[in-house]
Design a protein around this ligand. Sequence first.
Ligand code: PMP
Length: 338
Amino acid sequence: MMQASLLGKAFSRGFTSRAVDGFTGAIGNTPLIYLKKWSEKTGCNIVAKAEFQNPGGSVKDRAALGVIRDAEERGLLKPGGTVVEGTAGNTGIGLAHVCRARGYDCVIFMPNTQSQEKIDLLPNYNHQARDFAKNLPNAVWTDQFDNVANAKAHYLTTGPEIWEQTDGKVDAFICATGTGGTLAGAGKYLKEKSDGKTQIWLADPPGSVLHSYIQSGGKLVERTGSSITEGIGQGRITNNLATLVNDIDGSLNIPDEKSISVLYDLLDTEGLYLGASSSLNVVAAIELAQKLGPGKTIATILCDGAYRYQSRLFSKKWLQSKGLQDAIPDHLKHYAVL
Ligand code: PMP
């Protein structure tokens, strides 16, 4: 049997039970879901980690607990302290939950704008978070992009879980990156454990530079364009991504039309109600399956659920405003109800 949580402490309050220790004990050990339709279509096993089942609702709960535990272990965060971060989404939610569960205050810097502006502003509010933490006693800036405790959390949990749940038979792992923590941490574990046999691929949305960085053998270009996906795409090599970037086997660029089409398909065929980074990851896994050929097992990440985005992703008006209404097959259009 798997441990309750490699990140969370074992439950030990004097009673025997399968209960886990609070919010943090419930992080991780998510199911690995076999995606039937796309597995059958490609002749591969396409499997995906149900990270939306984490108690804060996303893959970022793992990183949130990882950076907080690291700050505690290094003596940077003491009882009653404050955690500060710049984030527009899931990391903030994960940190807020973990902070309450451990008695810390939490201050999140985020822009009150959407999409492209949000992406452009990210370095700004990240620096604001850093400066705020510097001037506040007993405060820690968790620095999710460059603090490698983030990738370490995935090295210690996501990677081993995928390895165990596939009985060590995982030919490839592919996912998109924001901070790079998930790809680098889980990817590094899988590479090491398989003696280099598991291929690690990066999936990139439009407006991100990582695909061209990998294709060009290490040239960084300016960011141009944007994507409907949130939480992924990057303009630089973060410290987290740097821990694996030279060992990445390949990359795929996934246009929004494909991500939105498969988002609706996964709801219709699997009953999975997902955010757009999850469906981008599934598109990438399908394309990688087609590249590698039948018989392979390809793992990816379902980062979060659609509930945080439903007023956009399932709105006809919003889809129209993005020019994506025709990307959804006719027989699935009725799911856009808002
Ligand atoms: N998908 C979503 C919805 C996210 O919020 C994030 C985190 N930014 C990611 C994917 C990417 O994860 P990571 O930061 O570990 O690269």
